[in-house]
Ligand binder design. Structure first.
Ligand SMILES: [Zn+2]
Length: 130
């Protein structure tokens, strides 16, 4: 995919600080880390949203994610590893792995309260789409 920075990284056109690579996936350091060891895991194939990936890619990327999470936990003094799939910054499916510390006090995402009956309607809507 032209003009996709992650495709260019996957093809080697743009260099990266590589941690792991196989025929389908690439793992590298995020250039703007939230903490030391913040990694990105990407499929080499251009896929915009996670739900557009085939089931084999999904299964394998999460098996690889677990492997890398274990390596982060083993190699760094972090308390846990946050895994997140955000997807709105770069239009190429990627997983963030962020070493976290119980003392880091990063802000949580903003939350809200549901109004009465709103939950029932939401559950109906979503379950109908399953
Ligand atoms: Zn891409």
């Amino acid at each position: 995919m032209e003009n996709c920075i992650f495709c260019k990284i996957a093809s080697g056109e743009i260099p990266c600080d590589k941690i792991y690579e196989d025929k389908d996936f690439l793992v590298f350091l995020d250039i703007k880390p939230v903490s030391d060891g913040h990694l990105l895991i990407i499929p080499k194939k251009h896929i915009v949203w996670m739900q557009e990936a085939d089931d084999t890619i999904i299964s394998n990327i999460f098996i690889l994610t677990k492997k890398i999470m274990l390596a982060l936990k083993k190699s760094l003094p972090c308390d846990y590893v946050q895994e997140s799939v955000v997807g709105n910054e770069i239009p190429h499916f990627h997983i963030h792995l962020i070493p976290r510390y119980l003392s880091d006090n990063f802000p949580n995402l903003p939350t809200k309260e549901y109004k009465e009956e709103q939950t029932k309607k939401l559950i109906e809507k979503i379950t109908l789409a399953l």
